[in-house]
Design a protein around this ligand. Structure first.
Ligand SMILES: Nc1nc2c(ncn2[C@@H]2O[C@H](COP(=O)(O)OP(=O)(O)OP(=O)(O)O)[C@@H](O)[C@H]2O)c(=O)[nH]1
Ligand SMILES: [Mg+2]
Length: 349
């Protein structure tokens, strides 16, 4: 298909056209998620720019300089039946932030401002949002990652877990969108995601405020990506008839279970941390006590040494005095003998 055919296919796509009907879905919700500042908003701008083929605009408020900024979940209607959702970027992949991401991916939270909750606060928000939950969205997860940032093996493990959980949650293998494709190690990043089991990886150089000269290559890549999403949704709807209401309930219990596991893990970690701190405190106390005892016995040893030294010096002084006295007595005796012998000689003469 050429660019125009792809564009018209995407624009005219409707879930009603699926062989088995829409199965209760009326739009595809492409949910973008990933780390902060990796180009989610810029990718939305790129998709709108390519599909509308008009002027470039920063619709999704991609940050004007490097880094990220989206704090709200905002939907952008791409066609009558396809909407892109710009989710808040993850700072790190810890339990609470990923819990929030799963709730967003599961469409369990209303669109709007996103806070990173602690503990069971998220459960309350999901429960409160229940009445406004939409069951007619076909959720399609798309993980956005910049090739400018290399992935450590620890991060790779965490990303893999989140990607697989997103697949379990939505029933769809996430598509990976790599951004900044000309500014990093593209092949290494692609391989890292392949190692995580991801098969569909698209790489882009997003159109930005600074660089939005239309190129056939970039246009074609974006349209191919959207076409792939459509084909995948059609396949899923045709081969696995779905029940949107049942699905959202399953997603809800999935996320609730996840939050519960996270809270349990966090509680366990807190107990371990307290235990570790108590052990460290006891060890420090023991060490301080030992040091005190050592210092005390060192002081006693020094006192004993001093006393011994003092006694030895006293003894030495006594001995010296005695020697001097003996010497004086000897001298006196010698003097006396000398005088006596002188006298004797005088008598003989
Ligand atoms: N050159 C180039 N710049 C890009 C690309 N993708 C994003 N950017 C720029 O990178 C910066 C961050 O992109 P955003 O789209 O705001 O990132 P984000 O993922 O939406 O960030 P959060 O909303 O915080 O999660 C912006 O200045 C974008 O213009 C790309 O493929 N190439
Ligand atoms: Mg953003």
């Amino acid at each position: 298909m050429d660019i125009e055919e792809l564009r018209s296919c995407i624009n005219s796509f409707s879930l009603d056209k699926c062989k088995k009907g829409n199965q209760g879905f009326n739009r595809i919700l492409i949910q973008l998620f990933g780390f902060l500042g990796h180009g989610k908003s810029a990718f939305i701008n790129t998709c709108i720019y390519v599909l509308e083929d008009g002027e470039y605009q920063n619709w999704a408020k991609a940050k004007e300089e490097d880094g990220g900024s989206t704090m709200t979940r905002i939907p952008y209607k791409l066609t009558r039946n396809i909407t892109l959702v710009d989710n808040r970027g993850l700072g790190k992949m810890d339990g609470y932030e990923t819990g929030e991401i799963f709730a967003q991916l599961g469409n369990l939270l209303p669109l709007g401002k996103v806070d990173w909750p602690k503990g069971f606060e998220l459960v309350d928000r999901i429960t409160r949002a229940e009445k406004s939950m939409t069951t007619s969205d076909f959720i399609f997860p798309v993980f956005v990652h910049s090739v400018k940032t290399s992935i450590t093996s620890e991060e790779q493990e965490n990303i893999k877990k989140v990607l697989l959980k997103s697949r379990d949650l939505t029933g769809v293998y996430p598509i990976v969108v790599l951004t900044h494709k000309t500014s990093g190690k593209l092949t290494d990043t692609e391989n890292a995601f392949r190692d995580m089991g991801m098969e569909r990886i698209f790489s882009f150089e997003n159109y930005t405020k600074e660089d939005h000269m239309k190129t056939r290559g970039r246009h074609e890549e974006v349209l191919k990506f959207l076409h792939e999403v459509i084909k995948d949704v059609q396949f899923r709807i045709e081969h696995r008839p779905q029940d949107p209401v049942k699905e959202i309930m399953e997603r809800k219990s999935f996320v609730m279970r996840y939050i519960h596991e996270c809270a349990k893990k966090a509680q366990q970690e807190e107990i371990e941390k307290q235990k570790f701190m108590e052990q460290a405190r006891l060890q420090r106390q023991k060490r301080e006590q030992e040091e005190k005892i050592n210092r005390q016995s060192e002081r006693e040893r020094q006192d004993r040494d001093m006393e011994m030294k003092w006694k030895q010096e006293e003894l030495e002084r006594g001995r010296q005095t005695q020697l001097v006295r003996q010497n004086e007595e000897l001298q006196a005796e010698l003097e006396r003998l000398r005088k006596k012998s002188k006298k004797k000689w005088r008598i003989f003469r």
